[in-house]
Design a protein around this ligand. Structure first.
Ligand SMILES: Nc1nc2c([nH]c(=O)n2[C@H]2C[C@H](O)[C@@H](COP(=O)(O)OP(=O)(O)OP(=O)(O)O)O2)c(=O)[nH]1
Ligand SMILES: [Mg+2]
Length: 310
């Protein structure tokens, strides 16, 4: 439910079998008029969110939803309106999409969404639409082990990776980076470099801030397309959101042998924390691929893991 006063809106990120996403343009005189949006609209009194989404997508773009799963919830205060955007991923639908209300409509590749002007609340929705549901953390005790882990991770279909080889000597980190970068380019994997690595100016798709680096930063590092951050509590998540981090990793969710002294957050606290921020959040710590559905249902983006993808 929307918090008191917020307008509850059901929104669909509709994706076709080629992975293109449906966007439409808001009427000039509507709230946030002229901007692009994901189709959707306000819940009617007493209506369930999925029922509203079905009705709105039928009315606005003529499709029938065959399957939807939660993507992200955004609480946003416009100067004139408070909204709760309840965003769902729609990968299965029938009938051909049409601009039923005479609005401009396009199917666009997810990486092209940034070329369109959306309402301010949409920034994390676009990040969520572009990110996969798995984020691998690449580690290892030797160069050989790191590279063997890399092939397993890529072979298992993971397309978002953080290089986090903090325990290797600096010269080996450079060697590993060169190979990892080349392999990621070859396989279309997005590569983020952990902020503690001595890899200044190295080319990559993004940087992953340790929680310490996050709390030291008072603005988003601008050199990278993607900025992620490690978070353990509400304060860190909120700071990540405030400085414009694109996505967060929240840990630890369950007990894990790599951090035996850390107190796990558990599923309920995880869900509460995710609900309180407008950020795609990957859950980390003791999770397996089978847990992805549970994380999605709690409003998260998916799971992050070191051993989960090996
Ligand atoms: N549908 C949609 N609404 C968005 C997005 N981003 C965003 O800030 N909003 C805001 C704009 C509006 O204030 C509100 C959605 O209202 P709406 O105008 O779509 O509602 P509706 O379809 O029920 O409109 P109507 O029947 O009253 O014409 O949410 C988005 O991506 N999609
Ligand atoms: Mg609408």
């Amino acid at each position: 439910m929307a918090s008191s006063g917020a307008l509850h809106v059901a929104v669909g990120v509709v994706r076709d079998s080629d992975g293109n996403i449906l966007i439409t343009q808001r009427a000039k005189h509507a709230h946030q008029g002229g901007l692009w949006e994901f189709p959707g609209g306000k819940l009617e009194h007493g209506e369930e969110v999925l029922a509203a989404l079905r009705r709105e997508l039928r009315e606005e773009v003529g499709i029938l939803i065959d399957g939807a799963s939660p993507l992200i919830k955004i609480h946003h205060h416009y100067p004139d309106l408070e909204v709760l955007l309840d965003v769902w991923r729609v990968d299965h639908f029938s009938d051909q999409a049409c601009a039923c209300e005479g609005q401009a409509m396009r199917w666009v590749a997810s990486e092209d969404l940034n070329r369109y002007e959306f309402p301010a609340a949409n920034r994390p929705i676009i990040a969520a639409a572009q990110l996969p549901d798995r984020y691998a953390i690449l580690e290892g005790r030797s160069v050989d082990q790191v590279l063997a882990n890399l092939s397993k991770i890529i072979g298992n279909g993971v397309r978002l990776l953080q290089l986090r080889v903090k325990s290797l000597p600096a010269s080996e980190i450079l060697t590993v980076y060169a190979t990892v970068f080349a392999e990621c380019q070859r396989h279309g994997v997005k590569l983020l470099l952990n902020s503690d690595l001595p890899l200044f100016q190295a080319e990559a798709d993004g940087i992953h801030l340790s929680s310490h680096a996050l709390m030291m930063a008072n603005q988003r590092p601008e050199e990278y397309a993607w900025v992620a951050a490690s978070c353990h509590d509400f304060k860190e998540l909120k700071h990540a959101q405030n400085i414009g981090v694109d996505f967060a990793v929240l840990a630890p969710i369950l007990p894990t042998p790599t951090h035996p002294d850390a107190t796990p957050l558990g599923w309920d606290v995880m869900a509460e924390l995710i609900e309180q921020v407008n950020l795609p959040v990957f859950a980390l710590g003791g999770l397996k691929i089978e847990d992805i559905q549970r994380v999605l249902q709690a409003g998260g983006q998916g799971i992050a893991g070191i051993s989960a993808f090996l």
